[in-house]
Design a protein around this ligand. Structure first.
Ligand code: WQD
Length: 337
């Protein structure tokens, strides 16, 4: 299958491109390199022996994006491209709605015009908001999102659901990711945050590398195992494999389907910190500080629908997530250049 991957040089995108190639598919990447580096292509080639075709194009540029559709026929699209910083989205909502909604509409227009009927969308557990109790189940529907980033994910889910209702040949698989971490076993690709990281694992990695002095743990008074927040961390390679399974599913089904992609297990901030300490063989200094506004106590998936519909189950545990994440970040302390 030839698959168009928007955002294919990013963290989840690059790992998915590797798994697509491993599964015998052809991946064509479109990315504006806003939050990734062109050298990711060298790394993908090193891992797989295949250099994917690449278009440096912004999905907001309709004419530019149309050239990508004119270059080839595609069997499917996996749509990752989008801004993803929660705090920034609160400060710059218009930028987030413009990029994540208008950019996606350009893509969906062109998919319709060029007859591409299978779309896998990169959604997020953030669409559950803070209305439900873990484990989160797809049948809960949508919660009240707490930031514009989350709202753009929710809107994209709604748009694709409406498109699939109107076009009975369309298949839209809406994957709700929990907390992707880790890196490819090769240590060649992984997560490269812009500036000071907001997310837990990139922050811990910088403390382990000596680039930041200590981790601030946001609250230890939640109703959890040790008072710190609990999340469903999933190895990015497992998440990438889920996309290949979702594509297979999209080939054989029509309509829109929401599917959680998580492990179903929750780990607290301190449990993750200790797993990372074991992986890197160093103590990670931390301080308990106030709760972060907008955080919930506990978030983990009910992963049974992914197993039932996609035959997908995770393979990697928290130890391997930390080992693989540490390998990448210690070998690439300044990112992929
Ligand atoms: C995990 C836990 C924090 C940083 C966010 C987005 C979500 C998705 C993934 C993606 C929480 C604690 C964190 C730190 C800490 N978006 N923490 N100190 O908040 O579950 O999800 O990222 O693109 O939409 O909301 O992930 O990694 O930020 O936090 O104590 O310096 O770690 O309080 O309990 P979160 P996270």
């Amino acid at each position: 299958m030839r698959v168009l991957v928007t955002g294919g040089t990013g963290f989840i995108g690059s790992h998915t491109v590797v798994e697509l190639i491993n599964a015998g598919h052809e991946a064509v990447i479109v990315d504006n390199l806003y939050n990734s580096d062109i050298h990711v292509l060298d790394r993908i080639e090193k891992i797989t022996g295949v250099r994917p075709e690449f278009f440096e194009t912004d999905i907001l540029d309709f004419e530019g994006l149309e050239k990508v559709f004119q270059a080839h026929e595609y069997d499917a699209i996996i749509h990752f491209a989008g801004y993803k910083a929660v705090g920034e989205s609160v400060a710059k909502p218009l930028v987030y709605y413009e990029n994540n909604i208008s950019g996606s509409l350009n893509l969906y227009h062109l998919a319709a015009k060029y007859n591409v009927k299978r779309i896998v969308f990169s959604s997020s557990a953030t669409v559950y908001g803070d209305d439900f109790e873990a484990p989160f189940k797809e049948e809960y529907g949508y919660g009240t999102t707490t930031n514009p980033y989350g709202t753009t994910k929710l809107f994209n889910e709604r748009i694709l659901t409406d498109l699939a209702f109107a076009d009975k040949e369309l298949s839209a698989v809406l994957l709700r990711y929990f907390n992707p971490i880790g890196a490819h076993k090769s240590g060649l690709i992984g997560e490269v945050p812009n500036g000071i990281p907001n997310n837990l694992l990139p922050y811990i990695a910088k403390v382990a590398n000596g680039q930041l002095p200590y981790l601030s743990v946001f609250g230890d008074d939640y109703d959890t195992v040790d008072g710190t927040g609990v999340r469903d961390y999933i190895h990015v390679v497992d998440l990438a494999r889920a996309h290949v399974k979702a594509l297979d599913y999209a080939m054989n089904h029509t309509g829109a389907e929401v599917i959680n992609i998580g492990t179903g297990k929750g780990y607290s901030v301190l449990q993750v910190l200790h797993a990372y300490e074991k992986a890197c063989g160093k103590e990670i200094p931390y301080k308990i500080v106030a709760r972060r506004p907008g955080d919930i106590a506990t978030c983990y998936a009910d992963p049974s629908k992914a197993k039932k519909l996609l035959g997908f189950e995770t393979q990697y545990d928290i130890e391997e997530m930390c080992e693989d994440g540490y390998r990448f970040s210690s070998q690439n302390p300044d990112g992929i250049k």
